[in-house]
Design a protein around this ligand. Structure first.
Ligand code: CUO
Length: 661
């Protein structure tokens, strides 16, 4: 078992209402304590601003006022001289600062301070499980925790499909929207790439605007593929802000902090002008339209208006990155005053559409929080529209020329897939997994509770590429693997342009190519898009034994990455047809010179690499990020590319999770 430690907090750190309880609090934790850690008594920084958010309110990064408060708190945490001062100010904050905001800001600081590499951030699902799971689980969990002694507990089972029944067609993809791992990935992504801080370096990461565009573009491509597998049309973008939103969503989540349910969004709700003094928000829907028009205007003219009225060109090299920062918007937007805050405020308008003037005293819905937004069908409608705006820019670029696409001397003669589901077949099924609850719930002193839930899974497989190198010398190549649907919802074949936008990145890796014939074998488990199950859920049994090492730091920090269990779309029982695409590009032109030792670099495609540059010089999504003069994918192919028809066959069985690796 873990040794318990007691923190001895200076008396005046306790809020007044706890003062007389101080001795009780320390006694309560002190009973079976292993050691005592005195907390340094420091001159406390001014915390007035972050303390303005009531302790029991919801916290949203999308709400401008909350953003400013969080930015201040992050700066305070970043500014502490050393770990002991940081710990001291945290112990002061813990009972006063809104717990969601506290957790977010401390996590950002731990991720970015040089002296906290290797410090464990408990996985968010364990800290605030109410954002990810059906509340019934917690009631049951409390019962279990009270009556059963630690060590031989039965896991509590989270029901499948608990937010709607089969009358709601959108429910067919609820397993995707409500997947705990997908929501954790999204939350981590926004943690790694915050859009606000007084410390510009935290925001101004290499190609962060482009990654905002690309990671969300890939979410939409994956969601659309998932919808097609389930007989649903691709998602309709939310582009007319005055039109009612057809899809409703009833989250059935309780907030532990605010001790009330997350509000629903009824079908047919229209976003309306906001006037919520309590959140210091006053904004009209027409502002979204103005910002949108200016954004489109910048793309039309390939030029951005700066605050001093000068123009900045949107060139091929940096255009999409600048647009990403402008759209989100982040503090490194070239002109936030003029181009506004379109994407973030879209989240805000939607999340308050049930109570735009606060007359019902309701808080924001799930769209207002990056930990829960992906549960709501409207998330995908909003982000499809955002993606359309980015695509307007991509359509302004010239198609890639031969010298960008070709790799002279390299021929990919075939790509195929091997695995237990059969040649060129991917097998999917339901899997039953267990995750530990507890940290965010008051189960002390009895320890934690296990929750069991069902999620999609696929059988492991291996890519096999046959490559001929006639260049006469050994070369390095970058292998880029994508998957896409072949037909639309009406059964018509997809033209090149629709298919390129539907391409789902599966993997990207470097391979050495000897002169002559080469066979490249690469495991699905090693995907550059995903992180293993153990990392998504921070299964403590998988934690490297030796804390403080580079391995354990990686394990603790690198929660960003698509969950591996969602690498492949569900397919269907008959076998859903998709096309697999592989390209080998010239690594000499792709490479980024940098040292990767000790950083987490195995899910770089959607998350980048911590403290490093994005490890691929090409545009994200290359070679499908731009239109081309091709009617069909077959017209686009070059000798260094290959395709293969695949089938994804779903078997409606539920199997207990098995150890992979
Ligand atoms: Cu990730 Cu809209 O950016 O939620």
């Amino acid at each position: 078992g873990e040794e318990k430690a007691v923190f001895e907090i200076p008396d005046h750190y306790y809020p007044d209402k706890y003062k007389q309880l101080t001795s009780t609090i320390s006694n309560r934790f002190g009973g079976d304590a292993g050691r005592t850690i005195p907390v340094r008594n420091i001159a406390l920084p001014n915390l007035a601003l972050p303390m303005e958010l009531p302790y029991n309110d919801q916290f949203s990064l999308f709400v401008p006022k909350h953003r400013v408060m969080a930015g201040k708190l992050i700066d305070i945490f970043m500014g502490m001289r050393d770990l002991e001062d940081l710990q001291s100010v945290c112990s002061f904050c813990q009972l006063r600062i809104n717990p969601y905001m506290f957790n977010y800001c401390l996590s950002v600081a731990i991720l970015h301070r040089p002296d906290t590499k290797g410090v464990n951030i408990p996985t968010f699902a364990e800290t605030f499980p109410d954002k990810f799971m059906d509340p019934k689980v917690f009631r049951k969990a409390r019962e279990v925790s009270n009556v059963v002694t630690s060590g031989n507990r039965m896991p509590v089972t989270i029901p499948v499909n608990y937010t709607a029944n089969d009358s709601e067609p959108e429910q067919r993809v609820a397993y995707f929207r409500e997947d705990i791992g997908i929501n954790l990935h999204h939350w981590h992504w926004h943690l790694v790439y915050p859009f606000d801080s007084a410390d510009r370096a935290i925001v101004n990461k290499d190609r962060r605007g482009e990654l905002f565009y690309y990671m969300h573009q890939q979410i939409i491509a994956r969601y659309n593929l998932e919808r097609l597998c389930n007989g649903l049309a691709r998602v309709r973008r939310f582009m007319n802000f005055r039109e009612p939103i057809a899809e409703g969503y009833f989250p059935k989540l309780d907030s532990q902090v605010a001790s009330r349910a997350w509000p629903p969004r009824f079908a047919g709700t229209t976003i309306r002008d906001l006037d919520r003094p309590v959140d210091q928000i006053r904004a009209d829907v027409s502002e979204l339209e103005t910002w949108r028009d200016r954004f489109v205007q910048a793309i039309e003219s390939l030029s951005v208006t700066l605050p001093n009225n000068r123009q900045m060109p949107l060139d091929e090299e940096r255009g999409i990155d600048i647009l990403g920062n402008m759209m989100e918007s982040s503090i490194i937007s070239p002109n936030r005053g003029y181009y506004g805050d379109l994407h973030n405020m879209g989240h805000v308008f939607i999340s308050y559409s049930h109570d735009p003037d606060h007359r019902h005293l309701e808080q924001f819905g799930v769209m207002g929080d990056s930990a829960t937004a992906m549960r709501d069908p409207v998330f995908y409608r909003w982000h499809s529209y955002i993606d359309d705006l980015f695509q307007l820019y991509k359509y302004k670029l010239n198609p890639y020329t031969d010298d960008k696409l070709d790799f002279p001397g390299i021929r990919v003669s075939s790509i195929s897939i091997e695995g237990p589901a059969g040649a060129n077949t991917l097998g999917t099924f339901w899997e039953l997994s267990t995750v530990e609850l507890g940290r965010g719930l008051d189960f002390t002193p009895r320890g934690s509770v296990l929750a069991r839930f069902t999620h999609l899974q696929h059988q492991d497989f291996t890519y096999v590429l046959e490559v001929n190198n006639t260049s006469g010398q050994g070369v390095m190549g970058t292998v880029r693997i994508f998957m896409a649907p072949t037909h639309n919802e009406s059964g018509e074949p997809l033209g090149f342009d629709e298919q390129r936008r539907a391409m789902v990145e599966l993997d990207k890796f470097t391979a050495g190519l000897r002169p002559g014939n080469n066979t490249i074998r690469h495991r699905s488990l090693d995907s550059s898009v995903t992180i293993p199950y153990e990392r998504t859920f921070r299964d403590q049994s998988a934690r490297p034994a030796d804390p403080g090492t580079a391995e354990s730091a990686e394990f603790d920090f690198c929660g960003c990455g698509w969950p591996h269990h969602m690498l492949v779309a569900k397919g269907n029982a008959q076998g859903y047809p998709v096309v697999l695409f592989a390209m080998i590009s010239n690594w000499a032109e792709d490479r980024v010179e940098q040292d990767l030792v000790g950083s987490c670099n195995d899910a770089a495609s959607y998350c980048g690499i911590r403290d490093r540059r994005y490890p691929d010089r090409r545009a994200m999504g290359f070679p499908f990020d731009r239109p081309a003069q091709a009617q069909a994918l077959s017209d686009f192919l070059r000798p260094n590319m290959a395709v293969r028809d695949l089938t994804i066959r779903f078997s409606d069985t539920t199997r207990p999770r098995q150890q992979r690796r």
